[in-house]
Design a protein around this ligand. Sequence first.
Ligand SMILES: [Mn+2]
Length: 430
Amino acid sequence: MTVQQINPEQINDANNKALQALELDYQHLALRLARDNIDIETITADAQQFAVALPSWGLGTGGTRFARFPGQGEPRNIFEKIDDCAVVQQLARATPSVSLHIPWDTPTDASELREYNSARGLSFDAMNSNTFQDQVGQQHSYKYGSLSHSQEAVRQQAIEHNIEVIKLGEQLGSKALTVWVGDGSNFPGQQHFSNSFAHYLESAGEVYAALPDDWSMLLEHKMFEPAFYSTVIQDWGSNYLAAKEIGERCKCLVDLGHHAPNVNIEMIVSRLAQFGKLGGFHFNDSKYGDDDLDSGSINPYQLFLVFNELVDLQQQASFAPFYMLDQSHNVTDPIESLMYSAAEVQRAYVKALLVDREALTNYQTDNDVLMAQGSLKAAYNLDVEPILQMARLRSGGAINPIGVYRQSGYRAQCAKSRPASSNSSSSGIV
Ligand SMILES: [Mn+2]
């Protein structure tokens, strides 16, 4: 029996009220798609299968390097974070797994945590290590880097941390390690570019050597921050070089916010995938830099274009990258943002499924530029909301997840059962 966070009767009542309108909208869309020889039932079934992992750190209110404004009833430990993830999944039905961040989420008993998670219908996605900040009692500081540090003892400590994360992940049923390091420099001359990259390759290679056979290692690049002059794994080029050097199951992870403004991310997706090195995705949105805004909130067309590449790849070969939301919810209720964002990512996926790929290929071959771009726009401009709603309904979720969530009073209940801790206004970036 799955532990239900929200009363199922409440979901049923709300769904029953919304059902008639949904059925009409769905029938209308089915007729519309049938004119293009698309079977709505196939698309809805695909939408039901779509999954994107939840970041454990996304359940608390985020912050910037200036301040954090705590929300009410924030989760205080990994079990409460899982409770909140279960609410997201129960209502929105696109997020069946949780990605942990170690040591933030280190459990005292791994099997207890695994059981708690699966009792709520969830599994564990990629594990995230953390060598971008110092932990209490740690012997060496990461102030000047971790896996790429100029001193061997620091590198060794960072390697050992990553190996511990793998071991914990094995106990939890995870199948991937995501490695992001903040290593870099703030001044010209501070760091020897090729030496630090060589150190990184050697250290990451040692972590890879400890990887179980059925695991993937995902390297995440980020253009800048916390280092503002140079970053060791700064771009997809450095990432690709590293992943290629380290081993076959070492792949690149693309975070939408980790590129320079206006960079063509969908082309990066295509390039990495073409050479078998696209391993995962962190979804979010941005206006200026690594803003960590909600997926699809600023540039939903870019999200669609990314999925256009992913669907194209999926249809050519077996291709199963790790998908995760990676957002910072500074001014919204994290549960609401995650439900909304999961649906936005799912929406981009569904729209990408509707692209007439045969026609697109022909337009490309004939250099019919207007119709080629028009065939993408035709899919993007369709309103697929009835498909998303029907997918949620059929998977046991809510037609209107945010409406049901607000009605349930879950947050108010948490505000009572989870009093704010004394340091809750401190801390910055999640
Ligand atoms: Mn990320």
